[in-house]
Design a protein around this ligand. Structure first.
Ligand SMILES: *[C@@H]1O[C@H](CO)[C@@H](O)[C@H](O)[C@H]1NC(C)=O
Length: 402
């Protein structure tokens, strides 16, 4: 197989980079080395590696012949009233992300917004009904955050993104097999009586391109992951899923309005507090530089403060003012980009919103409501999921909420 060439978004440059072990000698652009990381370099690799746009992206896989009889109002959706708000933020740690300038935006018609990110349960119902094949399944691989790989997979998979080597290309990784073919959303991963589930793996001492050996952990899943958000979801997958439900992806204006939960000019869905973040959102809450220490302080066996190393079951933290859960953290959510100067949605650009369990205040401070990250549509990694919306029907009222 010819060397795979992948693009990464270093969060500063949308640069093309090679897999670390590729033999191609083209040089990546942008910089995101360990030094930059320790300097808090603008969130290198927070959002991760992206697939290079491929020629056969499954943008048009039809699900129309399998339309469900849409439940209305959409099951699990919360009522979000019409209103106006200030969209964006003037100040951002990442000026190139385009959070500013702030513009006044109007949501003219109330929305139904899924109260949670799509779960594995919901996504599996979609797949069962439609036979849909996700981008990751078609391509045969996806990127996984290395610390979650089994030692076997970690040994086997040698290709990582050069500038963000914690993103490993894992064959067989998909929504159904989040950490590769030896993982499964249905598997019951039982802690071994002999060994604590958080023990260091055999690869813990591996030297990595970006620094000192890290403490590696296994997922702390207990039982099947039906309530966890579906991950490895590309924009196309997200679109198809929402369509099947009689819904659609939010524009980023809608997404941000919903995320703000009725508050004005606040940083997070709950307000401005950051000191008790671990009670409010599933983010990276290690006390040391990402990604060298994975949600750990001094004690490698201590649980992370927010309770989860990777994704959390949806709605594990309190909802915002509109009854929406995990608008900050857990997994990234797809939205349709909006051009601020014209107010028009973009047919080409997709934007991730909400940050993920990998976001940290010094590394990827993107679990703020105004944060946005442009992403290639065929990318769907270990921390990317979907939440759908629908425009309320004429005359419909909040009381229709089940
Ligand atoms: C919110 O921000 C906008 C734009 O920055 C400003 O014009 C408005 O006065 C602010 N509103 C409040 C209540 O702080």
């Amino acid at each position: 197989m010819s060397p795979l060439r992948l693009a990464i978004v270093s969060c500063v440059f949308a640069s093309h980079a090679l897999l670390a072990n590729s033999h191609d000698d083209a040089q990546p652009q942008g910089s995101c080395d360990a030094h930059a990381l320790h300097q808090g370099g603008e969130g290198c690799g927070c959002a991760s590696a992206t697939r290079k746009a491929t020629t056969n992206a499954n943008s048009e896989q039809s699900t129309t012949s399998h339309q469900s009889t849409h439940e209305w109002p959409p099951k699990g959706a919360a009522w979000v009233p019409a209103g106006e708000f200030f969209f964006g933020a003037e100040k951002s740690p990442y000026p190139k992300d385009g959070e500013g300038p702030v513009v006044k935006a109007k949501i003219a018609t109330p929305l139904w917004v899924d109260a949670t990110e799509a779960t594995n349960q919901q996504f599996s119902e979609f797949v069962k009904a439609t036979g849909y094949v996700t981008t990751a399944e078609r391509e045969g691989w996806s990127f996984v955050f290395e610390p979650f790989l089994s030692p076997t997979t970690s040994e086997k998979e040698t290709q990582a993104v050069q500038q963000t080597p914690w993103w490993v290309q894992v064959h067989g990784a998909s929504w159904r097999h989040p950490e590769g073919s030896d993982s499964d959303i249905e598997a019951v991963v039982k802690p071994d009586d002999e060994a604590p589930p958080r023990q260091k793996s055999s690869t813990a001492q591996k030297q990595h391109a970006f620094g000192t050996p890290r403490v590696l952990t296994f997922p702390s899943w207990e039982g099947a992951r039906w309530k966890h958000p579906a991950v490895h979801v590309s924009f196309y997958d997200a679109e198809a899923y929402c369509k099947w439900r009689g819904m659609r992806l939010p524009t980023e204006v809608e997404w941000e309005y919903a995320a703000r939960g009725g508050l004005t000019n606040r940083t997070f869905p709950w307000g401005n507090r950051h000191d008790d973040l671990h009670k409010r959102a599933n983010t990276f809450d290690g006390s040391r530089a990402f990604p060298l220490y994975i949600e750990r302080t001094e004690d490698a066996n201590a649980p992370p403060a927010d309770g989860f190393d990777g994704s959390a079951p949806v709605a594990s933290y309190p909802p915002n003012g509109f009854g929406l859960f995990d608008m900050s953290g857990n997994v990234w959510e797809w939205s349709v980009a909006v051009d601020k100067s014209t107010g028009q949605t973009s047919a080409h650009q997709a934007v991730l919103r909400g940050g993920s369990f990998m976001c940290w205040h010094e590394h990827c401070f993107r679990y703020r409501v105004s944060a946005r990250l442009a992403m290639e549509k065929d990318t769907g990694n270990y921390h990317m999921g979907v939440r759908c919306v629908a425009t309320a029907r004429p005359g419909e009222q909040a009381s229709a909420t089940q």
